[in-house]
Design a protein. Sequence first.
Length: 325
Amino acid sequence: MTTLSPIRLCLLAGLPPLLSAVPNIVLLAAAAARLPDPLATHFAADGADGFTGRVPAMFVSAGLGLGLGVLFAAIVVVGPRTNARRADTPLDPIRSLVATAWGVGGFVGAIMLAGTVANLDAADPAQVTLSGWAFAAAAAAGLLFGAAGWLAAPASPVTPGPAPAEPLALGRTERVSWSRRAVSPWMLLAAVVAVLMGVVVVLVAQPLTGALLALTGVLLAQLALLRVVVDQRGLTVGTGVLGWPRWRLRAGDITEVSADDISPLQYGGYGIRMIPGATAVVLRAGPGIVVTRRSGRRFVVSVDDAGTGAGVLAGVIARSDRTRC
């Protein structure tokens, strides 16, 4: 497996977001005589509703670019360096992250620059408006930069997929069951915070906004809990107290099962992920069960003691195959 240089990955992911702030900083400095002070820096549908001094705006631009650069550099180095792409996983984590870093940098840099351009020669910053075309142009710049980042990034190292699990020997009439629960502490904490904030907003500000925030917290809590069951029927995965959404994979519909070290980066992040060729329920990095269905599509779930669960499921599948024969 080829080892990618962490320094190269840092530069690829971190420099573009940082450099994207440079054009706006240069314009703020070079066109100082043509800019009001403070500038209009935040816009609503009916015009400017937020203002920042010219010099503070330069620091804000630099800080935003630096923050994005450090964030993406840290993600792209810590994640893919320890979790290479599996041969059977279509998503390339390094290229995806670098493309995202370039795309976000391009969008943010373009929208900051457009805001400064809108302030040029303005007598009253309160009268400054930002056209919807500016957002469309910034989105186009983000897509263009993202595509360039994808092409510039190296492909993730590829490692072979995990070996099939050793099936547990089961008699024809023997009944077996294995189950585990999984919890994502950070998702649960975020859910509690969202619900509490929603209640506060309902009481002191906007009831509708607060209700939506609280509902978001409830939904997040529902996804933060997971129960995985293997029995004679196959594999069942349910989320939350209600066990929904729920996935049921019959033993006869499964061709292969294995235990693997799951990385959220391999499947596009945490939560319920649907990517080409796979559905993944990932609450955290670590052990998980990987199932291949007869359609060729894979189902992945992160859970402790995945080796035991995969072995039990492999035994159930082997017995199901013998029964059909």
